[in-house]
Design a protein. Structure first.
Lengths: 338, 338
DNA sequence: GCCGCTCCTTCCAACGTTGTACAGACTGAT
DNA sequence: ATCAGTCTGTACAACGTTGGAAGGAGCGGC
């Protein structure tokens, strides 16, 4: 059986509360008493029962993070950052993945492990606004992604349109004029996908470069295989872009693989820009130029937003938009033409 | 304030316990009573307080998984599998990463979030046997990695020596005779690294092929950069292997990157085999042949081992070795010479 | 030597839940 | 009509902890 305060109290010949006071560094405890109790604690190997403490205090020190897919390195790296930041605040992280399915996202948002977690960081893919409207759960929530409508939840995001425009501008600056966008999917609610497409279109339009639908490559998902498929389909249709801007690094990597198979050289024949800056992009045969969101800062903003909400439980959450930085990392996949 | 059983009981005009019975689907409740209570539950939006339930039951339904690094896709993919398997058993997963530092591994093994977790799955890198000897914590523990000595904890692993031999045999079968091993590190306790090296040596020796130290490439860690560095160092030393067996896929990918830079073609000039079968290996310019441990089954064995320990709390844990399967996945990096 | 003050320790209750024991009501058989 | 037996719902205690209030010991001053 586990050692409890009661056992320590008996051993030290004091009351339970006194032991509790020692454990919690309560100030009015004489040094002698403290030493005696501490000795008993050490002898018995007492460790506080967190569950009981949680029940009493109403806080558990556990945050939940729900991402679409841990197999996606972007989310794995982000999860790592969240865990680190949480640890700085003496919090631990419960992890779940939703597979990017709307149903599971709703489930998670409605009360994942209710009563166990102090707050939830949700990275939605297919979640719709109305799914959150009637949210009953009183667990503080922050969303990763750009703010929509008037939901009273903080959102953490980078400026996707600006980031996409930066990427496309970089390609234009390299003299590319047939710039494809890979990763569109009309039947998905995925906001970033839409925003990045919008950025692609805006930048091209502003530069007076045509942005025909033939240069938009729809994908079924956003993994390597989806990128490969989309790239192949586009080439098979006779479209020959001289640059590709992909929804994310995985799609870009899939596309590069197909370009390689078809004998098109990156960057000479086709330049490629990805999005996310996953470690994988740095070590391919051709390293990948990419938009690098500041993951560390996203993690920090998310955790600290939750912490703030927890402090001011009284006032309504305000639904701020917290913006993280991004930068373009130039690598081999967009080197100048030879 | 949160709705509790008491509130529901008052609303429905029954006792707290009756509400509890309804919530827990206790059988002796009349349909009428059940409906009445359920109505009150719905009206008030009651949701059980897990913390209190945990305190009462002594179980939390939370497992902890501690891996060296979530940024390593192998561990991210494994974590995903553990989460899925845990979910099948109505368990959730608390995740931590240790950075592969011995100190943090010890800390985690000694009592990570004591009282909150029902069990711990630890994937150690540098942990030494003696670190676990005097373990006081009563949280059930399983270790990922091959069994050492007489520790009373279940171990989950694949047969690393056999797996390494399979990889090397594959290369020998392709006519390679200068097979390097990348990922040795003498100052580390990392067991798999030693076992894979042993397998490499054993297979070569048995085949009557020399296994000189010059073909052993030490690394500082086991990431892509470490593989690149080790490969470069070996080539700079004038050693020209015709095949490389790497500690893991990341090291292999780093090595391939350097081979590519040096104009050595994979697989024509140098064949490469990795270890882990991470998704990344399937989509490089040259897809990677690799030893594929059955991650799903590792996750299942680990979770179910903990569950079993939890059931038979009475009897001592037995310290079994649970072996998962592996298979060699052949891809482009070891195609026959042209 | 007594009073009052301060400082430390103890007692009690509560967090929300569930297991055990029990009380009451109803059923059917005698 | 009574009794045993079954079925339903209730009361109480306990899980391990902490906050608040009350109790007690020690000390100095008169």
């Amino acid at each position: 059986m586990r050692v409890s305060l009661k056992d320590v109290a008996e051993r030290a010949g004091v009351s339970i509360k006194t032991v509790s006071n020692v454990v919690n560094n309560y100030q009015h405890v004489t040094p002698g008493m403290r030493a005696r109790v501490q000795a008993a604690i050490d002898e018995l190997g007492y460790r506080p029962n967190m569950t009981a403490r949680h029940l009493r205090k109403g806080r558990t020190g556990i945050l939940a993070l729900a991402v679409p897919e841990l197999g996606n390195p972007y989310f794995a790296e982000l999860a790592g950052a969240v865990i680190d930041v949480a640890a700085e605040h003496d919090l631990t992280v419960l992890l779940d993945h939703t597979g990017g399915e709307r149903e599971r996202e709703v489930l998670v948002s409605q009360g994942f492990r209710a009563g166990v977690i102090d707050g939830l960081i949700l990275s939605p893919l297919e979640l719709e606004v109305e799914d959150l409207r009637g949210r009953e759960d009183d667990v503080p929530l922050v969303l990763l992604g750009e703010r929509e409508y008037d939901l009273p939840y903080d959102h953490i995001a980078i400026d996707n349109v600006a980031a996409a425009r930066t990427a496309v501008r970089h390609l234009l600056g390299r003299g590319r004029t047939h710039i494809a966008y890979l990763g569109a999917r009309t039947d998905s609610a995925n906001r970033p996908a839409h925003l990045r497409l919008a950025g692609w279109r805006a930048e091209l339009t502003e530069a007076g470069v045509p942005a025909p639908d033939s240069l938009i490559g729809p994908t079924g998902g956003w993994d390597r295989g989806d990128g490969a498929e989309a790239m192949a389909r586009m080439l098979d249709a006779g479209v020959r872009p001289d640059a590709v801007f992909a929804y994310n690094d995985l799609v870009a990597i899939g596309a590069m693989r197909v370009l390689h198979e078809r004998g098109l050289r990156v960057p000479w024949d086709v330049a490629v820009v990805g999005f996310d800056d996953i470690a994988e992009g740095r070590f391919g045969a051709v390293s990948l130029t990419t938009v690098s969101p500041d993951k560390r800062s996203i993690a920090r903003l998310a955790v600290e937003s939750l912490l703030r909400t927890l402090e001011n439980r009284a006032e309504e959450p305000e639904g701020r938009e917290l913006v993280a930085e991004f930068r373009l990392v130039e690598r081999e996949s967009t080197l100048g033409r030879r």
